[in-house]
Design a protein around this ligand. Structure first.
Ligand SMILES: [Zn+2]
Length: 101
């Protein structure tokens, strides 16, 4: 959960710092677990292999994001978008709200 005055989002499992509030782009994303946020940069994560996924907004090449301390799956990185209107997501990171505090 987000707390007032906290400049960081951390792993809800192990408190590993994951992202800065200043790198937050949007809170309007959805993951299977619920709400998700898009960030310009994240830290202390490991990326899985990239793969193609059909999402609500079209087909994307993505890579899963894992906490590099506890191994929890946190979200995904948009590696490539196949539709022009989704190109702005490329290189950005999605973290699930439930996995952070
Ligand atoms: Zn963790």
């Amino acid at each position: 959960m987000e707390s007032a005055g906290n400049p960081l989002y951390s792993c809800s499992n192990c408190r590993n710092p994951l992202a800065l509030v200043e790198d937050l782009i949007s809170k309007n994303f959805l993951a299977t677990s619920g709400k998700a946020y898009m960030f310009q940069h994240v830290m202390n994560v490991a990326l899985g292999p990239k793969y193609d996924a059909q999402m609500l907004t079209g087909r994307h090449s993505i890579a899963d994001i894992f906490c590099n301390k506890c191994g929890e799956k946190l979200g995904w990185k948009y590696v490539q978008a196949y539709d022009q209107e989704n190109r702005y997501k490329e290189g950005n990171f999605i973290l699930e709200e439930l996995k952070m505090f």
